[in-house]
Design a protein around this ligand. Structure first.
Ligand SMILES: *Cc1c(COP(=O)(O)O)cnc(C)c1O
Length: 424
């Protein structure tokens, strides 16, 4: 039975049987016991399912992954130790040296570095495109060895709202999956699979955890992409895996091929598993996600309107403002609200922006975003510090851009704090 998101936030994942704990237990165990050597051997051959070592799977993690999969409407999910690991695994699961990926240019700075620098060293090439470009222009970035199209629902920090259907059509016309980082919208505000995306990733560190307690990530598989249709493009899924006596993931696991491979092959070999402790904390966060997201959006709308009406402010970027470039796309894909993150610049430019931030009292300067507490960051000096001026502009980050993450405090107090800092 399909349940509503609010119910899934609370009841999804852990399903206690008679006499079991009502609350998701933390399985603080690296290993799991079996009666015979043969039973254990069958697990290593993927002939049976079961837990044997937490680097591959852990019941606490799996319960939380199942909740996120249900929230996104996917067939399966895997938790990772961070959002960075999630995006790395999501791509690396279907790419190897010599392959190519097309990615939206305005994305999180850490992801941009991962793609443009570190994965390039592994021999995987990325072409970064303007997500607002025409279908023809974006299509021209594809090559015969292109294996995926990547973008963020709402980009961090430039707040570009993605035309997901357009992207899904482009990806599918080239026989590759669309991978969407849905961190800022969360499944409460957007479910990319409903618009044709194939794989969704998250930095659960942000709204999902929501309390700045634990770094984590997640990959969700829609189960919809037909890997066999262009089997030669995805040999890792459609040809025998020697490390498992030649099993073929698409044959053996069907709709779960992609997420199973990520778990039993990549996680086995690379090991960026989320700790069960952190998964437990993430689950507590998820239980209130449906309450927090609307409040983040409501508060952010008020703050954005205040900033837009203040004459010290040069520009405000929030897709809930009617004159925003992405207002119409947001109405389509994010009808209940986008997220709590706003960006803006002050008339004094970069220096004035930095001084304003130093004068804030309630809003804290932290390397964080999408958290219950209002926080603020200057990407050009912080998260995107390693990028050149040219890369900054390409990533949609103006040098004076202030990333303001509106929390779930009282909106009047947040606005009063901004006002006193602007007037100093
Ligand atoms: C923060 C963030 C990441 C990276 O996640 P970590 O959990 O910090 O590793 C990836 N994508 C987006 C959109 C983010 O905001």
């Amino acid at each position: 039975m399909e349940r509503n998101l609010e119910t899934i936030c609370i009841q999804g994942g852990w399903q206690p049987k008679k006499g079991e704990p009502r609350i998701l237990p933390i399985y603080q165990s690296t290993t799991f016991k079996y009666d015979t050597s043969d039973e254990m051997g069958r697990l290593f051959d993927l002939e049976d399912t079961g837990y044997f070592y937490t680097r591959l799977q852990n019941p606490t993690n799996d319960a939380v992954a199942a909740k996120i999969a249900e929230l996104e409407g996917g067939v399966g999910a895997m938790l990772t130790s961070s959002g960075q690991a999630a995006n790395f695994y999501a791509i690396f699961n279907i790419c190897s040296a010599g392959d190519h990926v097309v990615s939206s240019a305005p994305i999180y700075g850490g992801t941009f570095n991962l793609f443009a620098v570190t994965m390039k060293k592994l021999g995987i090439d990325f072409t970064f495109i303007d997500p607002d470009a025409s279908v023809e222009e974006i299509s021209s970035a594809f090559r015969p060895n292109t294996k995926a199209l990547f973008a963020e629902t709402i980009s961090n920090p430039s707040l570009v709202v993605l035309d997901i259907e357009k992207f899904a059509d482009i990806a599918h016309s080239h026989g590759v999956p669309l991978i969407i980082d849905n961190t800022f919208a969360t499944p409460i505000n957007c479910r990319p699979f409903e618009w044709g995306a194939d794989i969704v990733t998250h930095s659960t560190t942000k709204y999902m955890d929501g309390h700045a307690m634990s770094v984590g990530g997640c990959i969700v598989d829609s189960g919809n992409f037909d890997w066999n249709k262009n089997a030669e493009k995805f040999p890792g899924l459609t040809e025998p895996d020697d490390s498992y006596h030649g099993i073929i993931y698409t044959e053996k696991f069907g709709k779960l091929a992609y997420i199973t491979k990520a778990t039993v092959q990549l996680m086995r070999d690379l090991g960026s598993i989320q700790s069960p402790q952190n998964a437990f904390l993430l689950n507590v966060g998820l239980e209130t996600l449906h309450l927090r997201m609307p409040r983040h959006c409501e508060n952010a709308q008020k703050v954005a309107e205040y900033l837009a009406s203040n004459d010290k402010v040069a520009w405000v970027n929030y897709c809930g403002l009617k004159d925003n470039k992405y207002y119409d796309l947001a109405q389509k894909y994010l009808p209940n609200g986008s997220c709590g993150v706003i960006s803006f610049g002050l008339k004094g430019g970069r220096e004035e922006s930095i001084e304003f931030m130093d004068n804030l009292k309630l809003a804290a300067i932290v390397t964080h975003v999408a958290d219950a507490r209002t926080s603020v960051l200057h990407p050009a000096s912080h998260t995107h510090r390693q990028l050149t001026e040219e890369q900054l502009i390409e990533a949609g980050v103006q040098p004076d851009l202030i990333r303001f993450s509106v929390g779930i405090e009282n909106a009047d107090d947040i606005i009063a704090d901004i006002e006193q800092a602007l007037n100093r």
